[in-house]
Design a protein around this ligand. Sequence first.
Ligand SMILES: NC(=O)c1ccc[n+]([C@@H]2O[C@H](COP(=O)([O-])OP(=O)(O)OC[C@H]3O[C@@H](n4cnc5c(N)ncnc54)[C@H](O)[C@@H]3O)[C@@H](O)[C@H]2O)c1
Length: 359
Amino acid sequence: MAQEGAEAQKVHVKPADAQSFVEEVLQGNGVSPENAAIVAKCLVAADLRGIDTHGVNRIPSYMTRVRQGALDAKASPTWKEITPVVGQVDAHNGFGFLAADLGMGKAIEMARTYGIGMVSVKHSNHFGMSAWIVQKAIDAGMMSLVFTNSSPALPAWGGKSKLMGVSPIACGAPGGKEKPFILDMAPSVAARGKIYKAKRRGEKIPTDWALDGEGRQTDDPAKALEGVMLPMGGPKGSGLSIMMDVFSGVLSGSAFAGHVTGPYDPSNKPADVGHFFVAIKPDLFVSLDDFRERMDYLYKRVVDSDKAAGVDRVFFPGEIEQITEETRRKTGIPYVEAEVNALDEEADKVGKPRLKVDA
Ligand SMILES: NC(=O)c1ccc[n+]([C@@H]2O[C@H](COP(=O)([O-])OP(=O)(O)OC[C@H]3O[C@@H](n4cnc5c(N)ncnc54)[C@H](O)[C@@H]3O)[C@@H](O)[C@H]2O)c1
């Protein structure tokens, strides 16, 4: 989660300007206008929620993958029904955002009719922040599970080299009058994107996030990227990462067991990421009014908990990000100068307008 303020000087960008900037750069790289609008919306959604590690700043690395011929900017995902409540999306090596948007859309459609919809996605790419897919289900009044696998970054528990991905596990449920439940968490102490962000911004990282290439603790993001991420909760974090691989990789027919290619990989090898989505109608066992009231009761029980020493406020999962979004919709999205420069370079490469920054 992003901490506002502290570090480097920031400029602010209106969400609508970030959206149109990304759309233009994507179109300049061969993405259709409809697909560019979807990808841009997901990246801006991450920045709005304070997940700066998975927002618009990913554009230079995604475009590098397109230029390397590793990611097909022109591809659109296709759908195949397997049973009335199960289907598969083939991403055809296009943007993971497009495959996930189609996949969760289909899962929601099936859940409306049958109570549940389950979708496997193959031959995909990185889809950024999982919470936008959970939010899509919430906007349709649905509960959801959102799984993905990813490139090697974590050792299996007891191992010393990268094998499993820092693959986020996410799920959500709509609330009533209170905030919805959105849990979206990497199985590592910190998401690897936070290390890339610290490197980009010239910042140090906490020493419990990763080990360097020699297996030593480090506060240097560049050295951490040469080593391994540390799983949260030891074997439990490592086990969750394997779980993401079983449901997203093994089941789908995509790469798994350490064979997914990373979004920063310098080769032209497709990522072959797999995803797994479930949408569930919340009024299968109690009425919708009851469900919403029960969610609100849970929310209140959580946020009204007796606070531990030094804690000002107890939050519901996803709440901090929603508060950040409310603020950023008013103030604009903060970026540091180096990030704006990297984005402008991408615009220059395809002759598109630079990012409009507020005075
Ligand atoms: N696509 C990929 O391959 C990939 C890989 C890794 C991470 N990611 C994304 O990176 C993002 C960051 O992951 P992360 O694990 O660093 O997230 P995080 O540690 O910031 O948050 C994890 C969860 O804990 C909740 N949370 C955080 N602080 C809280 C508090 N004080 N009280 C109550 N709840 C709190 C958040 O709402 C969130 O649901 C996620 O959006 C994830 O999807 C994507």
